[in-house]
Design a protein around this ligand. Structure first.
Ligand code: SAH
Ligand code: SF4
Ligand code: F3S
Length: 509
């Protein structure tokens, strides 16, 4: 049986595509390899959102090229956003590659590999499924489901943020029928999944292509006004309506999250859903990008800093203790010291407990290419440091405030960090999970408690996570149900690293 390994470089959508590729290959008779070095087929699932991400691909192909010299039958495939962006050009630049496959062509993988196997030429398939969008559903094998899973609700992006390559690499927005979304969630929950994260580039702009959802709450309310005359859509209640539908039809689901929402669709209706649906986690990752209106305009984000604050304030008023995290780009063309100070001010004002910070990186096919990349690398580095320092201060204070409290933790699997529990006995191992508000908690348990929701009393706060002690042990379960799906074939998934080389907060990954 031929073996495969998938290496993931990108965001959650990219990780999710990797899981679908694994399922398609298993379905076609391929087996996961022990590691990348031993695989017959290696698929590099790439990201091109920043230049660094693209460089990673080049060095990885170089490394695999050496392996291929020893094993000429090795098939090197490139999938994901660089594949979509570069297509045939990539084949010419890196002739070691056998296969280039875009995000919408995953179902064709077995056929393309079979062609290669019979001596076919290198293949390139990067066609968007605009006319008949398809969404591959999860096919969890018995006992393989983890505690958490992603479910795609839309793909592509119709925003045109001036710095961003995603609309080019992922194409226009296409929505998945609500019926399919609910079915997939129900299947996953039956397989043992407890928490679902809905995925989309602007996930809260969702609408049901089959128009099967009743209006969400506050449908007749005056629309939020948007900056620069850009209005919200007529009916902004379809995403909240989807949340209600999921809560109603899959009542066994423990927790529901979504990523990434766009602030311009953080509507009164969505806020009401947060208030009324206990299944919604009390944490939202809401990318803001900058705190300066001047920069936001040049980024074409279509909201002002004041609007962002107004909406997130309303959300927090509706849902006490809700935590917020965000994305920020530093050193966007023309960003002055004063603009950047406004970003820091916004970080403090909103009280984010986590940030993904990025140095602006010029990308092909983006409108911002017309602007000079005029903030120096050194200055971008300094701004990034200050950004992290500002948010870290708040994050540490937040985590420290939880010491002594008892938190309900959904256990995701074995942890890497020893919890050093004073009460830990022989044979205990470290486990890790997350609270509803997305704080990571490490603790020790004497047997596998993956997938359980347990009460943990917090003993200590680290920089990015918490350590605590189990209040009460659940009964021991049969081992099969707890196999984690997070182990990737080859185990070669790189951790997310910011442009300054700093490991990003795992809570936000
Ligand atoms: N759809 C998501 C984000 C997708 S990209 C959203 O709109 O929130 C993830 C993050 O990468 C963005 O939020 C942004 O902060 C960052 N990013 C995108 N393009 C970038 C660029 N050219 N340079 C630096 N960071 C970028
Ligand atoms: Fe990129 Fe903006 Fe679309 Fe997000 S909303 S994917 S940042 S263009
Ligand atoms: Fe994701 Fe990177 Fe593509 S962030 S959508 S894999 S460019």
């Amino acid at each position: 049986m031929p073996s495969f390994a998938v290496v993931t470089f990108g965001c959650q959508m990219n990780m999710h595509d990797s899981t679908r590729m694994e399922e398609v290959l298993r379905g076609a008779g391929y087996a996961p390899a022990q590691d990348v070095e031993g695989a017959d087929v290696v698929l590099l699932n790439t990201c091109s959102v920043r230049e660094k991400a693209e460089q990673k691909l080049r060095s990885e192909v170089g490394r695999l090229g050496q392996l291929k010299r020893r094993r000429p039958d090795l098939v090197i495939g490139v999938a994901g956003c660089v594949a979509q962006q570069e297509g045939e050009r990539l084949l010419r630049a890196l002739p070691q590659i056998d296969l280039i496959i875009g995000p919408d062509n995953i179902p064709e993988l077995p056929r393309l590999l079979a062609d290669l196997d019979t001596g076919g030429l290198p293949q390139v398939r990067t066609v968007f499924d605009v006319d008949a969008p398809s969404f591959l559903s999860a096919r969890p094998r018995p006992g393989s489901a983890g505690a958490t899973a992603f479910v795609t609700v839309m793909k592509g992006c119709n925003e045109r943020c001036s710095y961003c390559i995603v609309p080019h690499t992922r194409g226009p927005e296409r929505y998945r029928p609500a019926r399919e979304i609910v079915d997939e969630i129900a299947t996953l929950v039956r397989a043992g999944v407890r928490e679902i994260t809905l995925l989309g580039q602007t996930v809260n702009s969702y609408r049901d292509p089959e128009a099967s959802l009743p209006p969400g709450p506050l449908v007749a309310e005056r629309r939020w006004q948007h900056t620069r005359g850009s209005l919200a859509r007529q009916d902004e209640t379809e995403f909240p309506a989807l949340l209600y539908r999921i809560a109603e039809q899959v009542p066994e689901l423990l927790r529901l999250r979504y990523t990434s929402p766009h602030p311009r669709h953080l509507t009164a209706s969505l806020i009401r859903a947060h208030q009324e649906l206990p299944v919604l986690a009390r944490h939202v990752h809401m990318p803001v990008q900058s705190g300066s209106d001047r920069v936001l305009r040049r980024m074409i984000r279509r909201y002002s800093a004041a609007e962002y604050v107004e909406r997130t304030d309303a959300l927090r008023e509706a849902v006490p203790d809700l935590t917020l995290t965000t994305d920020v780009i530093v050193g966007f063309p023309g960003e002055s010291d004063e603009d950047f100070e406004q970003t820091l001010e916004l970080m403090r004002r909103v009280g984010f407990v986590g940030v993904f910070g990025f140095k602006y990186s010029q990308r092909p096919f983006t409108p911002a290419l017309q602007l000079a990349d005029d903030v120096s690398e050194a200055e971008k580095g300094r701004r990034l440091e200050r950004l992290f320092a500002t948010v870290d201060e708040r994050k540490v204070a937040h985590l420290t405030s939880l010491v002594g409290s008892t938190q309900r933790v959904l256990v995701e699997g074995r942890g890497k960090v020893q919890a050093f529990s004073a009460t830990a006995g022989e044979g205990t191992a470290s486990y890790t999970g997350r609270t509803e508000r997305n704080e990571i908690v490490h603790f020790d348990a004497p047997w596998d408690v993956t997938g359980e929701v347990l009460e943990v009393t917090i003993r200590e706060a680290y920089k990015n996570s918490l350590a605590g002690d189990l209040q009460e042990l659940p009964p021991r379960r049969a081992p099969a149900a707890s196999a984690a799906s997070s182990t990737r074939p080859g185990g070669a998934q790189p951790s997310r690293v910011g442009q300054d080389g700093r490991r990003l907060l795992p809570v936000l990954g």
